[in-house]
Design a binder for this molecule. Structure first.
Ligand SMILES: *Cc1c(COP(=O)(O)O)cnc(C)c1O
Length: 398
């Protein structure tokens, strides 16, 4: 591992050999404009002042860094802290990014917002900020996901968003992304696309990461206050990879901080039964970016499966592919059963219902903490709350 990591991405969005801008010609100019507008906003104190004010007063930052005392005692090893992104307005970390991007859209003079959503969490975050800023909002969602996530569909509609059912293919997230891209090619003049994870074409992976860095910046300050030193280990679940990038990024140059990303192992590592891209995935290009993905020998994207809709996607964010390639972050997976067991542990020991996505990170902590000395400090990102998963969890656990 190098002493200091190079600044990534480069000007064209490359994280080493990963990332880039694999989009239709018509989107190149708007994406370049977005990149310029983002760089300007990043250097504008007025932009940060408005974002910080809303993050504090509207969204509820800073979130606590909570010492999970009973869980720590139960496992009998490392000391476990939870970064409580579940306590944010709308119930997950996704609002950090949705808010940052709508402020950018406002700067760009856009009046209409589109987004795509799988579990509906990003759709809800987008519908929320659109209501707050009086912008038209269209959310593309697979018809199958709409049925599975009826509560989130209702939440979006109640806040005035139009939810469009996508029936092509598997009728889940990948098809919804295609539909959102198609809309954007035709509407980019007045429309901003709020992408929901550290994925897609440049500048999205960089921008989404940056809007979530607040998670790691706060966690760093909080652990220094509580423990007087940096943590030994950070753990986060990885779908597209935004909550993990947000927690990890501010610690990347601290060589003694180990970082572990946890992918969805589904029913186990068998074709079409999981969504763990580093387990049997291939290098390829999907929806704007070059990264690890799950595809068959002909390059066709494979079906994926996870008990948590938010981790159920065939590609991983390109910065994770890069961090894995240089050995800075380790990646593992948790199966559906392990995640559900961890959900139960948190619920009964700490009185916290974690999102099933976050439960994958908790599952890894269940495994590793007992093996580590009591002096070890772990921070695990509780990326969202499990209210949306009560039905699924009840089916398996009650
Ligand atoms: C969407 C979601 C995830 C997965 O997305 P990342 O971009 O990998 O963070 C994880 N946790 C929760 C609660 C989510 O809603």
């Amino acid at each position: 591992m190098p002493d200091m990591l190079p600044t990534v991405p480069d000007a064209r969005g490359h994280f080493g050999q990963f990332g880039g801008m694999f989009v239709p010609e018509t989107l190149m100019t708007p994406l370049q404009q977005l990149t310029v507008a983002y760089e300007e906003a990043k250097n504008d104190p007025a932009f940060h002042a408005e974002l910080d004010d809303l993050l504090h007063n509207y969204v509820g930052r800073p979130t606590p860094l909570y010492y999970a005392e009973r869980w720590t005692e139960l496992l009998g090893g490392a000391k476990i802290y939870l970064k409580r992104e579940d306590l944010l307005h709308t119930g997950a970390h996704k609002i950090n990014n949705a808010l940052g991007q709508i402020l950018l859209a406002k700067r760009l003079g856009k009046s209409r917002i589109i987004a795509e959503t799988g579990a509906g969490q990003h759709g809800v975050a987008t519908a929320t900020v659109c209501a707050r800023f009086g912008m038209e909002c269209v959310v593309y969602m697979g018809a199958v996901d709409m049925e599975r996530q009826a509560l989130n569909v209702a939440r979006m509609r109640l806040m005035g968003a139009k939810v469009v059912a996508v029936t092509a293919g598997q009728a889940t997230l990948k098809e919804a992304v295609n539909e959102a891209m198609r809309d954007w090619v035709a509407s980019v003049e007045n429309t901003h696309y709020i992408l929901g994870s550290a994925l897609g074409s440049h500048p999205f992976p960089m921008m989404v990461r940056d809007f979530h860095r607040v998670i790691g910046i706060e966690a760093r300050r909080q652990i220094l206050e509580k423990e007087g030193r940096l943590p030994d280990m950070l753990v986060a679940c990885v779908g597209g990879g935004s909550n993990a990038m947000g927690l990890f990024h501010p610690f990347l140059n601290d060589a003694d901080v180990r970082m572990i990303g946890v992918e969805a192992g589904g029913d186990g590592i068998m074709p079409e039964r999981h969504a763990a891209r580093f387990q049997g995935g291939k290098l390829g290009i999907l929806q704007g970016t070059k990264t690890w993905l799950l595809a068959d020998d002909d390059g066709q994207i494979e079906l994926t499966h996870s008990v948590s809709a938010g981790l159920d996607y065939a590609a991983i964010g390109p910065e994770h592919a890069y961090l894995q390639s240089i050995g800075r972050v380790e990646y593992t997976y948790a199966t559906d059963d392990e995640a559900l067991a961890a959900f139960k542990t948190l619920a009964t020991i700490e009185g916290i219902l974690p999102a099933l996505e976050s439960s994958h990170a908790m599952a890894y902590v269940n495994k590793i903490a007992p093996l580590l000395p009591k002096s070890t400090v772990i921070i695990v990102n509780l990326s969202g709350r499990g209210d949306k998963d009560v039905e699924t969890a009840s089916k398996y656990l009650l």
